[in-house]
Design a protein around this ligand. Structure first.
Ligand SMILES: *Cc1c(COP(=O)(O)O)cnc(C)c1O
Length: 394
């Protein structure tokens, strides 16, 4: 049986480049970067090289890059940090969107309990935020606007440069969760007016448990972890040297190939859409243009997403119903509800996230398997019977 991994938005395999780069730091270059002897300094230099690679990838300065344990940590740190700074100036209002990752939404929910006010901006039926809605929501006491670069479930890419420009003009800080974008679509923090940005290594072929927070120079973001002087004293603790080295190498490689990969991957994704759209009572979720190259998201009526995933798994296809973080819960995805889908439609969602390692044969295999599986599930579904009866006007 063929095996097709189509869940790269949940996590990716470590690339050969990243693995080769990190290996020596697990063995011979095992020193503590804070130690003064040479193997310690070798490790220190490796971290600084990775910091430079990350800075170059997003047009930032090396001094603006902080290594973290991942996207969730970066999101938590920056949102809580800005809230703390805002509160000191009497600014207790935060603006975000209804389609953010839970690392953002659960953090803002916690802040609401602590007395902050949060405005959740909606999106259009393609999952795109309107800059005018953000402009209308900004107040005197707004301390932070946080809008994700690209959505992890439906792939919609937000008008980041315009939002950044607006926030600059209004003197409000702007953070973007760029976990899905980094290494996949071009990022330029200067051109796009971004003050803070989160990334995660395992979404671009580095290691799980590694991430980055970019924080523009001049902002005195509160420390996250007290202790030693690592990460300019802002996040103490001996660095994950191999993980950081892998992250720098993987991001550099992804950015060097960004156009080539995007072209290849989006062509495969469009073939998936073309094939799967032949299935009746289906819909594409998200914007077909402003979209991550590797993101495919559709809903199939009369199908239960979880059953679909299990049946795809049985034929060697790893897919997702949306977000890895909402699976296990019976509630439909907050993102699919935000684009206006009814509960029963949102339940039949399928996300495939492919990348440059996906082949044309993989895509054809998915399409070959998908149609009969959906037909089988529909044959067993009372919901589908009802849909068909309604179609006939019964
Ligand atoms: C995966 C993901 C995160 C969480 O990143 P971790 O490194 O797994 O903590 C945050 N935001 C988005 C958009 C993601 O896709």
């Amino acid at each position: 049986m063929r095996y097709v991994y189509a869940d790269n938005a949940a996590t990716t395999a470590v690339s050969k480049t990243a693995l080769d780069a990190m290996m020596p730091y697990l063995t011979e270059h095992c020193g503590n970067p804070s130690s003064l002897y040479s193997i310690g300094q070798t490790a220190h230099r490796a971290i600084e090289k990775a910091r430079q690679q990350v800075a170059a990838a997003i047009n930032a300065d090396k001094s603006e890059i902080y290594f973290t344990s991942g996207g969730s940590e970066s999101d938590n740190w920056v949102i809580r940090g800005c809230a703390e700074l805002g509160k000191k100036k009497g600014k207790c209002h935060i603006i975000t969107t209804k389609i953010e990752h839970h690392a953002v939404l659960h953090t803002t929910a916690k802040l609401e309990k602590e007395g902050f006010e949060v405005t959740y901006i909606g999106v259009n039926d393609k999952g795109i935020v309107d800059v005018n809605d953000i402009a209308a929501a900004i107040r005197e006491d707004t301390c932070l606007v946080t809008v994700m670069f690209a959505n992890n479930e439906i792939g919609s890419v937000q008008p980041i440069e315009e939002i950044g420009k607006l926030c600059r003009e209004k003197g409000v800080w702007f953070h973007t969760d760029a976990v899905q974008a980094a290494g996949h679509i071009a990022i330029d923090v200067k051109k796009q007016n971004i003050d803070f940005l989160s990334m995660s290594g395992h979404k671009f072929h580095a290691v799980k448990g590694t991430g980055v927070l970019y924080c523009k120079n001049g902002v005195k973001l509160p420390n996250l972890i007290e202790g030693g002087g690592q990460e300019s004293g802002k996040r103490a603790g001996t660095e994950n040297v191999p993980g950081i080295v892998a992250l720098g190498a993987a991001l550099e490689e992804a950015c060097a190939n960004i156009d080539k990969n995007a072209q290849k991957v989006s062509a495969l994704r469009d073939r998936l859409f073309e094939g799967a759209s032949k299935i009746s009572h289906s819909r594409i979720n998200g914007d077909t243009e402003k979209r991550l190259p590797g993101n495919f998201s559709m809903c199939f009526e009369g199908v239960e997403g979880e059953s679909l995933l299990l049946m795809l798994d049985a034929v060697g296809i790893s897919a997702s119903s949306g977000s890895a973080c909402t699976s296990g819960s019976l509630d439909p995805s907050h993102v699919l509800l935000a684009i206006g889908l009814k509960h029963e439609v949102a339940h039949g969602s399928l996300r495939l996230s492919i990348d440059e390692n996906t082949s044309g044969e993989d895509v054809e295999y998915i399409l070959e398997q998908l149609t009969p599986i959906i037909n089988r599930l529909r044959d067993m579904s009372p919901l589908w019977e009802r849909i068909i009866a309604e179609d006939k006007g019964e």
